[in-house]
Design a protein around this ligand. Structure first.
Ligand code: UD1
Length: 381
């Protein structure tokens, strides 16, 4: 049997984390697949951390990152780089993950070459095309282009059905981030030293990077954090500061002089997991962290006006805190003061996955390519 050539493309740190479990299984299934990795490197340092961590070796590296580059540049460079690779490699299937501009431009490139696309983490939606920006439009467009849709949850599957996508092309798999997180948790290295110093403190882990939060919302977050440490002397804030200059300018300017606030370079994935496990609760606009935190019993305050991940909110593990300081502070204060409220949020079951999403995705590919006769059993969230 001729092996099928699958090219998996990604550009940022979270895509690499969420793609890694699938790449591991594709590599093991050598009998069926020739698996090649392309990175756009929309992120550089943050992507390379994850490539090392999961021992991933890209066959091609478009190396597109430049400081403060625009969406036009990311799209243009990805389209051009992939055109040359696809002409030479002629893959049977392209895999993309999530909703970054790398993922969208890769799906579009594959479409221009009439190569089928499989979309991992398909079907997430908000009702607003500019929130999150540009991710909401990216994922809608990827859905239109894709032939295979790997929905992480029942809600995501239903969104795809409402968009008119045929049920036979949708596979309910769970989210691969849980596979990655369980794998790293098992093989975790020693804890960051800072944790020893914070032994009897309540740690709030903070991470924020979304474009729609640049400017005023970021300033509101800083105001909230300052008020929290002023009123709760046993609280220490660990802020993993994203590499984006638009984030750094505000955070370093507003928070640099506070003794209870630790501004750290973007935490590598194992350290992030350590801090998540030791935190009291988490404040973030990140999607992946919203998905991981319930596994550690950590409440999440989602620093956004809307979320494409309502499952965590419905399960009681997360609260949509918005972007105004007064509202965010009120929710944080309640968690810090009211043990019963806190326990209600901490004791929920993770609705996002069971650690077998990557296996289901590979089985679905084999089924789609008519190598296996049965589709995988659906993830029961
Ligand atoms: C990108 C994705 C976002 C995803 C996020 C995860 C888009 C439009 N945005 O946002 O969906 O949730 O990644 O982190 O696809 N930089 C570095 N080194 C790095 C990474 C970034 O210096 O390792 C700086 C560069 O100046 C870069 C800037 O950050 O130009 C912005 O990066 P970009 O990928 O455009 O946007 P993110 O905010 O990282």
């Amino acid at each position: 049997m001729q092996r099928l050539k699958i090219m998996s493309i990604f550009g940022t740190r979270p895509e690499a984390i969420k793609m890694a479990p699938v790449l591991k299984i594709l590599k093991e299934e050598k009998k069926y697949f020739e698996s090649k990795i392309i990175v756009t490197a929309q992120h550089r340092e943050m992507l390379d951390q994850v490539l090392n961590l999961f021992s991933l070796s890209p066959r091609y590296d478009l190396n597109i990152m430049e400081a403060n580059q625009t969406l036009f540049e990311i799209t243009k460079k990805t389209l051009k780089g992939l055109n040359e690779i696809f002409l030479k490699e002629k893959p049977d299937l392209v895999l993309v993950q999530g909703d970054t501009t790398s993922a969208f431009a890769s799906a579009l490139s594959a479409f221009y070459h009439q190569i089928p696309v499989g979309h991992i983490e398909a079907g997430l939606r908000t009702p607003l095309i500019y929130n999150p920006f540009p991710e909401e439009m990216n994922r809608r467009l990827i859905s239109v282009i894709s032939s295979l849709h790997f929905a992480p949850t029942y809600w995501a599957k239903n969104n795809l059905l409402l968009n008119g996508i045929s049920p036979k092309n949708i596979f309910l798999t769970g989210n691969t981030v849980i596979d990655a997180m369980l794998h790293i948790s098992k093989n975790i290295k020693s804890a960051p030293q800072l944790l020893n110093k914070l032994k009897n403190k309540r740690i709030i882990l903070v991470e924020t990077h979304r474009r729609e939060n640049f400017g005023k919302p970021l300033e509101e977050f800083c105001k909230t954090l300052k008020k929290i440490v002023k009123n709760f002397t046993d609280v220490e804030i660990i802020f993993s500061v994203h590499k984006n200059p638009k984030v750094r300018e505000v955070i370093f300017k507003k928070l640099v002089n506070s003794a209870q606030i630790h501004l750290l370079e973007p935490l590598d994935y194992p350290d992030l997991i350590h801090f998540m496990k030791k935190s009291y609760f988490i404040m973030t606009d990140s999607g992946g962290i919203q998905e991981e935190a319930p596994s550690f019993g950590k409440p999440v305050l989602v620093l956004r006006k809307t979320t494409e991940r309502p499952e965590g909110v419905q399960a009681g593990a997360a609260k949509l805190a918005g972007v105004k300081s007064s509202k965010i502070y009120k929710i944080a204060e309640q968690l810090l003061k009211n043990e019963r409220e806190y326990q209600k949020m901490a004791k929920t079951i993770n609705p996002y996955g069971d650690g077998k999403a990557a296996l289901r995705i590979v089985q679905a590919i084999l089924y789609f390519l008519k190598i296996k006769h049965y589709p995988p059993k659906e993830f029961k969230g």
